[in-house]
Ligand binder design. Structure first.
Ligand SMILES: [Mg+2]
Length: 141
């Protein structure tokens, strides 16, 4: 059963909404069967809205959404108080979600499960940490 913890900052700030004054759904972290959301469920649902014909449109969309996210963070530091201005700001969640959609679509187009990618990435990071290779560079370190 889903615990409905859609927004980790809801309790902290009391100001978590989906823009336009709509309250953040209590069950936003649940799927249609009221089970906890997972990457497989998300990817399967997300790709039903993929209307791009060319993979390059997805690649550019991903770069664009990642740029929107980076821009909001950068602007908060340039014009405001940095992270403090964005904690619990739903616009950041929107941009992360937009970026996640493109990642799901691209993974699907290349035959990968987002769930498997997430699990594999954690394994890779655990291995690097164990071997003292978190810092540095190189895809296969
Ligand atoms: Mg966006």
């Amino acid at each position: 059963m889903c615990n409905g913890m859609g927004c980790k900052y809801e309790r902290r700030s009391g100001d978590c909404s989906w823009g336009g004054g709509m309250p953040f759904p209590k069950d936003a972290a649940c799927n249609d069967e009221s089970e906890p959301m997972d990457f497989n469920y998300y990817q399967n649902k997300a790709v039903t809205t993929d209307q791009y014909e060319d993979d390059r449109e997805c690649a550019l969309g991903l770069a664009s959404e990642a740029g929107e996210l980076a821009g909001k963070i950068s602007k908060a530091y340039l014009d405001g108080n940095g992270r403090d201005d964005l904690i619990g700001n739903i616009d950041i969640a929107y941009e992360i979600g937009d970026t996640l959609w493109y990642l799901a679509a691209i993974a699907d187009r290349y035959g990968f499960s987002l769930q498997a990618i997430a699990a594999g990435n954690l394994l890779k990071l655990a291995s690097r940490k164990e071997r003292g290779k978190i810092g540095g560079s190189g895809d296969y370190r």
